[in-house]
Write a protein that binds this ligand. Structure first.
Ligand SMILES: Nc1ncnc2c1ncn2[C@@H]1O[C@H](COP(=O)(O)OP(=O)(O)O)[C@@H](O)[C@H]1O
Ligand SMILES: Cc1ncsc1CCOP(=O)(O)O
Ligand SMILES: [Mg+2]
Length: 267
């Protein structure tokens, strides 16, 4: 499995996929820089009149619901139709879906207009989507992550998608497999947008491996977290420095580094 992850990381760099993003305005630049650092090409295209045609030519589509304006909502539906027309894989980050009911309504609308490949959120967001009680504060999870693997598995089976819940241990599930990733650092909690950024990276990886989005999702989260582990060794507990060093180390992360440093349990 880990060889496949290394291979997917190499393919992002060699294939330079185009990643269509409609994402929140808090962290849009961070998402673009993360995708660029991986070797893929981000494009933020979010006018309703542009989204269908652009999703058609993209390698993947990333929809992040963080600051969901009315215009973004319209554009997302157009983009989903465009992506569906060309079987472009789609990932959703359901930011704050447990505390803002409108987000769930929009996810349902998206789902009615096309095929979702991956939903990636923090533990509270994923539990809420699964109808399980969870602790959240706005966009942040306060959840302990108890039974998170069962929740992910059930949601993955129910919706026929890959589900990824991030946190100290990331859990990824499809209808048959699970992965637990223990790479990472809690310093990600000190910068806004770590979740949005890793979502962009998932979009880059599923673009080059659309036939197995489970392993592509694991690759992205693992690579992101290894770069974070390496960054804290240089930056120390300094969020601003960490953020800058992180991009350098993500950009320089090699497939061999993933082979050596990944801490993934496959079940
Ligand atoms: N305590 C932690 N230890 C290790 N990695 C973490 C920790 N908290 C978050 N991460 C990592 O930071 C990224 C963002 O996750 P998370 O904080 O759950 O998302 P969000 O920012 O959407 O709330 C993920 O790659 C996750 O693995
Ligand atoms: C602060 C904030 N408010 C709306 S979206 C957003 C960014 C959330 O970023 P992340 O989910 O990656 O922590
Ligand atoms: Mg988030």
């Amino acid at each position: 499995m880990i060889e496949q992850c290394a291979n997917i990381w190499g393919k992002v760099k060699s294939q330079n996929p185009l990643v269509h993003c409609i994402t929140n305005y808090v962290t849009v630049n961070d998402v673009a820089n993360t995708i660029l650092a991986s070797g893929a090409s981000p494009a933020m295209v979010e006018h309703p009149a542009e989204a269908f045609d652009f999703a058609n030519i993209a390698g993947s589509l990333y929809l992040n619901l963080g600051t969901l304006t009315g215009e973004q909502e319209e554009a997302m539906i157009e983009a989903v139709k465009g992506a569906n027309y060309k079987s472009v894989p789609l990932i959703i980050d359901p930011v704050a879906c447990g505390v803002i009911p409108r987000k769930v309504e929009v996810i349902n609308k998206i789902s009615a207009n096309g095929k979702i490949s991956v939903i990636k959120g923090n533990a509270a967001e994923i539990k809420s989507l699964a109808g399980v009680e969870a602790q959240a504060k706005g966009v942040d999870s306060l959840d302990t992550g108890e039974d998170l693997d069962e929740v992910c598995k059930e949601l993955a089976i129910k919706k026929g998608i890959v589900v990824a819940a991030t946190g100290p241990i990331d859990v990824i599930a499809d209808d048959k497999k699970m992965a637990y990733i223990s790479n990472g650092t809690n310093l990600f909690g000190t910068i806004t947008g770590a979740g949005c950024m890793v979502g962009g990276l998932v979009a880059a990886c599923i673009a080059v491996n659309p036939d197995d989005v489970f392993i592509a999702t694991a690759t992205a989260i693992c690579a992101f977290n290894i770069a974070g582990e390496r960054a804290i060794k240089i930056a120390g507990r300094n969020p601003g420095t960490f953020r800058v060093i992180f991009y350098d180390l993500l950009y320089n992360l090699k497939s061999n580094d993933i082979m050596r440093e990944a801490q993934i349990k496959w079940v």
